[in-house]
Design a protein around this ligand. Sequence first.
Ligand code: RM4
Ligand code: MN
Ligand code: MN
Length: 415
Amino acid sequence: MSSEIENRLQERGVTLDGFIAAMQQFSIETPSWGYGDSGTRFKVFHWPGAARNLREKLADAAQVQKVTGTCPGVAIHIPWDREDDWRAVKEYASQLGLRIGAVNPNLFQDDGYRFGSLSHFDKAIRQRAIEHVIECIQIAQLVGSDVISLWLADGTNYPGQDDLRRRRRRLLESLQTVYVALPAGMRLLVEYKFFEPAFYSTDLPDWGTSLLMAQKLGPQADVLVDTGHHPQGTNIAQIVAQLLDEDRLGGFHFNDRRYADDDLIVGSQNPFELFCIFNEIVGAGAEGNANAGRIAYMIDQSHNIEPKIEAMIQSVINVQTAYAKALLVDRTALREAQEAGDVLEAYRVRSLLSEFRVRQGCDPNPVAAFRASGYAERVARERPASAGSSGASGYAERVARERPASAGSSGYPGA
Ligand code: RM4
Ligand code: MN
Ligand code: MN
């Protein structure tokens, strides 16, 4: 790498060694279910060579680890990955240079779960669900994992179908029973999702509900943010900021979405959102936020038409890219711009693109160069507003002339 780049990194308080060390410490867990055939409700297309059992999934995950060096953990889903001899699984994983990561209980594919699992009105069904999660805790202990990742399909389809407050209390009681079964050092990550498979109400629909549950349960419970589980337009970075501040951000399920829980390759649809998420985490970490250092980063995707191993490698690259960009943000300059009320300077993200600009013979910061040129001031002097000026700007100028600012004026210009 050129010393020019090193110098530029240094200017923003980042050393090349520090940057590389941060990237080395960063790891992403891949999901066993991302290596097997999966599909939509319309069709499951077979991918030649797709893994058929846990051992094959681990062998595929080892390929991802081999080329990325950043994915030693593999999340498992019970019963999809059920095995008789968990010690042998642990041993096999370690021979491949892997370890078993989060254990995901499955509380949605049993006939008994038609009306829910941990929130079900029937105590016997709730008990069955609780026992399944406890079995997953035991599996986690056997394979040396310290994370239980819980997602519920529980909810209702019709108003009045069940009592919402009773469902909530039943869920909390079930979670409390599960929580006391956690050994020291094991964490319970509580995932949320705003709809699907239930459509009227979901028992854990949003981060606030998961946070309340985690706070009621205790310090071993945290919130898991699946990036595909929010309504359109939700500001996930702000959710992340709040959870970091509350010391309750347990982990991520990374994937990307356009419409619903699409489970597409992370960063493929909205890479800027991913960057904004990492910007919050890196910013918090730089200020000494302890939570920023204990986040479980996981991929949760469904590769329906893509080659599965390549899709996973691409996902890891996209996550690393977003993280790397966040590491390169000049935090001092950002803070200065924020506190100077310089809205657009604070929004601007500087990257190694500046290196390219220097090589093009341009200023690394095009807007700063434009501001320094004095062009805007010159044309403002030389071009007096005329009645006939065209376009939206003409309209804005006319409105500004016709409507002088008054104490009572509202933000929106009005219809
Ligand atoms: C859910 C959620 C869970 C995943 C299941 C299969 O939508 O994302 O994390 O385990 O799908
Ligand atoms: Mn998920
Ligand atoms: Mn999902």
